[in-house]
Design a protein around this ligand. Sequence first.
Ligand code: SAH
Length: 346
Amino acid sequence: MKILQLNKPLAPISFDALRLQADRIRHASVGDAVYLRGVIEFSNFCRCNCLYCGLRKDNALLQRYRLNEQGVMAAAKEAARAGVDTIVLQSGEDPAYRKRLVARIVSRIKDETGLAVTLSLGVRSTATYQLWRRAGADRYLLKHESADAGLYAALHPGGGLDDRIDAIKRLQDAGFAVGTGFIVGLPGQNDAVLMQDIMLTQALQVEMCGVGPFIPQHNTPLAGEQAGSVGKTLKIIAYLRSHIPRLNIPATTALASLSPEYGQEMALKAGANVIMPNFTPEKHRAKYRIYDGKVRVSMADAYAAIDKTRPLRKSAEERPACNSALHIFPNAPAAYWADVAKGGAQ
Ligand code: SAH
């Protein structure tokens, strides 16, 4: 794989040195655990028109769907059985999915699975955020997407960076642990903008930051643009880890989509410590088409990527006994550990 060089000041050291430094900082500051957060994409209706996103309102060719309460609960229970530590509910900005229904689903997931709940439902009113927090939601993902106000405005008709940042602050005030994030390789972006993205992430004092490459979707205005680079995305992940040591950083699905074999493994080796396997019901999965070629990251894919990275599990001899390794994947199901003990799990 070709690793693109960032211009100074983002590239004072080689990618290899940077990645190794990030890996050491990750180990020392957040440890070897890889958190598995199960994502359920429960509606692809969206009132926004973000130029890069396949869910945009003007994409008349996308078949729309909404899971009902029963559908979301079934997917959440499946994810819990598979051993995730958090349920992430994501959708387009879909106000027709009533806020009280979301609140009820959140409290049911908390009661019936005991897991943490993360929401990723876009910009909403403070009262709505407070309602969901009271219902028990622990965290909220709202990426700032791009820290350059001009680029942000060009890509988000009717929306401004200030409103997005304001929503992130309102979420923090409501008591959520908040995750931000940004896209690497957006048309019109340069390395100075990526530097601003890292600095804004630090200034926001968030708990998590997801970084993924831009991937064109064929029914959007950016259909003909080039995808972002895997190498540059990995480099940004390594910079983020080095710069903000305690941040949670996912190995994103967008990375896995551009590089199914190595994307997530490389991210885990460059500072990432979270994987978000997908539990959207199979019937609807392909319709949550934010970009083309989006792969499904399964639990098996997540374990396979982790298996290739964490030093404790380098070889059969070095594999720890079942119980002593539980801290690495806190909620891995017993069946998985039985396989590990036999030396067979992938
Ligand atoms: N409606 C929610 C969830 C959006 S989808 C919200 O507004 O937060 C989740 C993420 O997908 C977005 O935050 C964006 O960063 C990413 N995304 C959308 N289209 C993309 C594309 N074409 N390439 C890469 N990432 C994309």
